[in-house]
Design a protein around this ligand. Structure first.
Ligand code: UD1
Length: 345
């Protein structure tokens, strides 16, 4: 057995997939989640896949004392992967203080507790949202591209959290961190025991696609077809959630076992940009399901095109996103069908 890792937000979409990959790599996992946007049933899914039920504590990380009690109970925790955060862009505009309290205080509490409980490293979930719309010469975007003023309080919490980690480490704190800037995570575990469970009407493309394909939504609207892209629709770098989960395992190994800079930043994506239209065509090809869709006006605040230069993660982490798109889209569809079979949606 390797070290014990605390996974905050471990019952969420990316957290649950990362827990599985950590367990597969031999780590012992403790999950902390306040279940504000996920269900405790996810633990059953994880256990079905790996045969190991991770330890679970229902704790709100804004509560310093409750958070400290986790480190007291599990004194072997050596690393943290910090997913727990609110993530809806629109909601963050309406409720900025909720986002600042949730996303900032939690990280500050964890950082304060790390040296006290001899926790060596923290992997932080950041986002390509910090780049805003990169200029044409900065695409694909590298980690050195300029950070742009955030377009929402949500985006700002990612930027501020990156700065908090860097400031704390530069102050001499004896911890290390890897900041992972994700592009667009999609798909589900190939077993369909875990996946993404959006609340209400999905905002993200893939859940909307699968819900439309199964008949929950009448039609997918493609937001905008007059962008400056080859087919006029937006371009993103869609990264398979299982590949993304594996990147966390690599990052954790690096933080705990290698002599490295105390803070490192990596883009985590495929390195390929796909248009919304290409994703829809890919989905139809992968599943054989015809998707009803039409063009609608642009969505406010959308970035026209962004995809990552992922050379640094490929070379330094020794990691690559290599699952073919059709397999990824088929996994999302299998998950949607499994939800239907279980009567969930
Ligand atoms: C998402 C997240 C953002 C995160 C970023 C990077 C939301 C709303 N946005 O943004 O927080 O920082 O990934 O990880 O959660 N689209 C349609 N029709 C739909 C839904 C989406 O055409 O019904 C299009 C969008 O206009 C966009 C693309 O699909 O061009 C992807 O959209 P989405 O999945 O929401 O991701 P991002 O906008 O990249």
């Amino acid at each position: 057995m390797k070290e014990t890792i605390l996974v905050t937000g471990g019952t969420g979409f990316i957290g649950s997939h990362t827990t599985v990959e950590l367990q597969n790599a031999g780590y012992d996992v403790v999950i902390v989640d306040n279940l504000s946007n996920s269900s405790v049933d996810v633990l059953d899914g994880i256990e079905k896949i790996t045969g190991i039920r991770p330890a679970f504590e229902k704790v709100d990380l804004r509560d310093y004392d409750a958070t400290e009690s986790v480190f007291k109970k599990y004194p072997t925790i050596k690393g943290i992967i910090h997913f727990a955060a609110s993530k809806a862009v629109g909601e963050s505009v309406e409720k900025p203080l909720l986002y600042y309290r949730n996303n900032i205080i939690s990280l500050v509490n964890l950082l304060e507790l790390m040296p006290k409980y001899d926790v060596k490293g923290i992997i932080f979930s950041s986002s390509c949202t910090v780049y805003g719309q990169p200029s044409a010469e900065n695409l694909p975007v590298t980690e050195d591209a300029p950070i742009q003023k955030a377009m929402s309080p949500y985006g700002n919490t990612k930027q501020v959290n990156e700065e908090i980690i860097q400031d704390y480490i530069h102050s001499g704190a004896n911890i290390k961190s890897v900041i992972l800037r994700y592009f667009n995570p999609i798909g589900a575990h190939p077993t369909a025991y875990i996946g993404e469970l959006p609340n209400g009407v999905p905002m993200n493309l893939i859940p909307f696609v699968t819900q439309t394909a199964i008949g929950i939504r009448k039609e997918l609207k493609i937001f905008g077809n007059d962008y400056n892209t080859p087919d006029g629709t937006c371009i993103r770098d869609y990264i398979y959630v299982v590949d993304l989960a594996v990147a966390h395992v690599k990052a954790m190994e690096r933080v705990l076992e290698k002599e490295t800079d105390p803070v490192e930043i990596f883009n985590i994506g495929t390195g390929n940009g796909l248009s919304t239209l290409e994703v829809i065509q890919g989905f139809e090809k992968a599943t054989g399901v015809k998707l009803p869709w039409s063009y609608a006006p642009r969505r406010e605040g959308d970035i026209e095109k962004v995809w990552g230069n992922v050379d640094k993660a490929n070379k330094v982490l020794g990691w690559k996103a290599d699952t073919p798109l059709e397999e990824v889209l088929a996994s999302a569809w299998k998950w949607q069908c499994a939800l239907r079979e279980r009567g969930i949606m």
